[in-house]
Design a protein around this ligand. Structure first.
Ligand SMILES: [Zn+2]
Length: 442
């Protein structure tokens, strides 16, 4: 049993509590006591504001190698995608292990305790499976373990290069040929210490009948199901022309929408799409720093929440890894789009970053500081230039609207200290990132 005394801690209410003692027994929180004015002897002192673990609900780890390299010149999502495919062509299981480990360690430093890895880089460069057909997925699972964070491997079915087009170029690495072959491969993944989720990559890459197979596989196994949905207007147009409905409508027809479904991006939705996702109680994973970077647009998160959907957050392409930046961007981008302030209170954004994010990855007992929950704690220092002067009564607003990943001082995952005084306990993260990215990109 280890006791942590938090100067301030967020226990799910509208304000941070002062003087919170958290008893941790192994991997779980055993007890939470508020109003303890000073640290007990023997308790580990956590200054600043302690939050539950953050969930990064949408990641493509290999895209960390693109940071900065795709920021010059002009273009669109579609020209960026060509650059992304060139990086994807260069990765093998060994280089992917190193790159993903460093990327997940960067996430740990930012307070992320669980990553949802949306994984489609499955096979060898010419599309031939590796001797272990899950070599790439297993590299990602190993990477998360070595970086000290939890993973839900969301293995994505990817069959077509576009509607009615075979995979080409790097896309041949993504495809299993059929949804049934995808299910057989994913069924062989180990599933004891990690969660295995399913994904329909997108309606561009999975036809409606195959989407139904993937959705059925996920529901039968009680697994989270994710899909990229309406990230770009061109995707909607092609889908309507081919199938007579929007991607959301096609997914609804394929019986994919329920409370275990997460629509990633959900940027360009019709009112009917919003009603379908809200009515199903689905989650929408917003990735604002990537959506900005790719000129995708601004989604209608307030409308989705009001309709009954929930929200999670992801750093997706890792243009930036900073969950505070993703959280405030949901509110700040909507302010620009609507001319209104205060559409998403700080507490709502924190819930998306913690408990809701974990739920969308299949970890219902993580992302909350309460007895029985997984012992994930993230202590945010309030003494940096960004946060100096924070008032305890508005500490949640200060952190959501002004903190940076660099303000994370201490991170506990399943009761184990992964970040101490702002440093990763096992890895030299900047050096590992530098080595891993140069090994892939030259
Ligand atoms: Zn994505």
């Amino acid at each position: 049993m280890t006791a942590y005394w938090c100067e301030l801690a967020w226990l799910g209410g509208g304000e941070a509590e002062r003087g919170v003692l958290i008893d941790v027994d192994g991997e779980r929180i055993a007890a939470v006591t508020s109003g303890v004015p000073a640290p007990l002897s023997g308790a580990v002192r956590l200054d600043g504001l302690t939050l539950p673990g953050l969930a990064n609900a949408h990641s493509h780890a290999f895209q960390r190698a693109l940071r900065g390299r795709t920021q010059h010149g002009t273009g669109s999502f579609w020209t960026w995608r060509e650059q992304m495919y060139r990086a994807a062509e260069r990765i093998d299981p060994d280089t992917y292990l190193a790159l993903a480990r460093a990327t997940y360690a960067e996430m740990a430093l930012a307070g992320v305790t669980t990553v949802g890895e949306f994984h489609y880089l499955h096979h060898g460069p010419d599309g031939t499976p590796y001797d272990d057909p899950n070599a790439m997925g297993n590299a990602l699972i190993q990477a998360a373990a070595e970086a000290g964070i939890r993973i839900t491997l969301i293995d994505a079915c990817y069959l077509h290069g576009g509607i009615d087009r075979p995979p080409e170029g790097a896309q041949v690495r993504f495809s299993d040929g059929t949804a049934e072959a995808w299910a057989e491969r994913v069924g062989a993944l180990a599933n004891d210490s990690v969660r295995i989720g399913a994904a329909i990559h997108s309606i561009r890459a999975v036809d409606p009948e195959s989407a139904r197979v993937v959705a059925g596989w996920a529901r039968t196994g009680g697994r989270p199901l994710h899909a990229h949905v309406s990230e770009q207007p061109a995707e909607n147009k092609a889908c309507v022309e081919a199938y007579g409905g929007t991607p959301t409508a096609v997914l609804a027809d394929a019986d994919a929408l329920d409370a275990d479904f997460t629509a990633v991006h959900a940027t360009h939705l019709t009112d009917a799409d919003v009603d379908l996702l809200g009515g199903a109680g689905a989650c929408c994973c917003i990735c604002p720093t990537t959506e900005r970077d790719l000129a995708d647009g601004i989604g209608a998160m307030r409308q989705l929440l009001d309709a009954g959907a929930s929200m999670s957050l992801g750093s997706d392409s890792h243009a930036v890894i900073d969950t505070f930046e993703e959280a405030r961007a949901v509110e700040l981008d909507e302010r620009l789009a609507t001319g209104e302030r205060g559409r998403h209170p700080a507490v709502e954004l924190l819930r998306a970053a913690t408990g809701r994010g974990h739920a969308s990855l299949g970890w219902a007992n993580a992302g909350r500081i309460e007895p029985g929950a997984r012992a994930d704690l993230v202590a945010v220092g309030l003494d940096s230039v960004r946060l100096a002067g924070t008032d305890a009564r508005t500490a949640l607003e200060s952190v959501v609207f002004a903190a940076a990943a660099a303000d994370v001082r201490h991170v506990l995952v399943d009761g184990r200290t992964v970040v101490e005084d702002g440093r990763h306990t096992a890895l030299d993260v900047p050096r590992e990132l530098d080595d891993a990215i140069r090994a892939v990109m030259g």
